[in-house]
Design a protein around this ligand. Sequence first.
Ligand code: SF4
Length: 488
Amino acid sequence: MNTAQTLLIPFEEYETNVLSQINLKFNALKSKVKNTSIWNILPDSNTTQWIEQNTMLKLQSNIGFNEECCTLIENSKRTYRIGLIDADLLDNGTRHPNLALLKMSAYCKGFNHDVRLLCSYDEIEIKGNGYTNYDLIVLSRVFKFTKIHPIVQKLIEKGKIVYGGTGFFEIDGPNLPHIVEHHMPDYHLYDEYIEIQTNGDEKLKKRKWGDYLSYSIGFTTRGCIRQCGFCVNRLLKKVVPCSPVSEFLDKSRSKIYLWDDNIMAAPYQVFHSVIEQLQATGKAFQFRQGMDIRLMTEEKAQILMNSKYCGDYIFAFDHYKLDDPEEKKQVEQTVKGLDVWRKYCNKSTKLYVLVAYDSQDERDIEGTFYRIKILMEYGCLPYIMRYESYKDSKYKTLYTQLARWCNQPGFFKKMSFRQYCVRNEEYHQGFNKETAGQNNAILRTDLYGLRKKKYCACYQAMLDFEREHPEIAAKYFDLRFEDLKNKN
Ligand code: SF4
């Protein structure tokens, strides 16, 4: 029997042809997913047994994994089949595992339920009335722009799938119940997905999936004093302790990363206690949110510098408008923080540079270069974070190229922005590596000295901007990290 066909009874409002268009490749996936307990316990779909068992949990509310879910999970008399969906992973992929899902998984497994992370939307089989082959499906989305399978979206609207995350509720989403929030994460939730993606290649796992496999992950504090308009951490206006490190520490994992919103704004004792706990583990750690360099002090710089820190130190540099007194103050505090930092630390330091949030015009582009120049002078690396409105800008391509140049230190450290764009066009025109960087003068003409009609997107974006705003280009396009890095 073809399982996929028999189980794909169309969901209420979906025509059969819509379903077939969506091309659920169930069998292909099933053959890839090995040792999956779910497949072993699925009853024959032709029997009444299947129909009787096919009752998803009925919930009053499907917003967030809530207390009601906990009550059902804890009081169940049978083993539930629970499917967890990391929507960001299934859309574009993500660099980090979804911590909320890791905690839900561990919590549910603690009551002996059969939990799996869906490796594809194709794993959901839809029966009549919108029932699926799971007793409970929970979908989490971190980013608003992440796309969700249209049928799954429909199931959410029909209350059949529990959903949550900042990708749905920017600042006012429900919190996880206390018992789930403070549960040790299930660090093996993604194992099967990673196994499929890497085909078991250990080197590839280490290279591409290290953030999933080598780290304990948690929040030692929550909250932030700032309430920036673009940020999801706006509810709690102060920094409070959240989890002791022991709550999420997996001793078998070599490193730790933290998602604290603003550890630098934590009260003195809290900051010290967190660092002491981290140091006591003997493991290298890293704060992944851009830390607030405006709150850098000599003492904090020394503590961070002398810690067992892994990877780049990451801070944020979000402001640039010198004609706005409040913004100007933020810029000055950032520069002061960099001064203090560089007094104690010469290690690799990166700052997130938010772009296209305040505006998406030449002013914002100039503000971006302004911050890049300051960072070059402090020997720091910018990491361009594009606010999603960059897509509406006439400089959309330029924003993209700025991100490509800055976010790849191999390019950023060696080339000015102009050199980077020229190199792209050289590659586009087939110049070899040996003459890289020497062809700028002839790039714009063909063999007969005539003006070329079409350039690569990168070079064209640079030319267009330079034509419109030659003064900004003259000021910034030729700056090189190498030349400026020891200026401060
Ligand atoms: S300082 Fe950082 S964490 Fe705090 S509100 Fe601003 S962006 Fe969010």
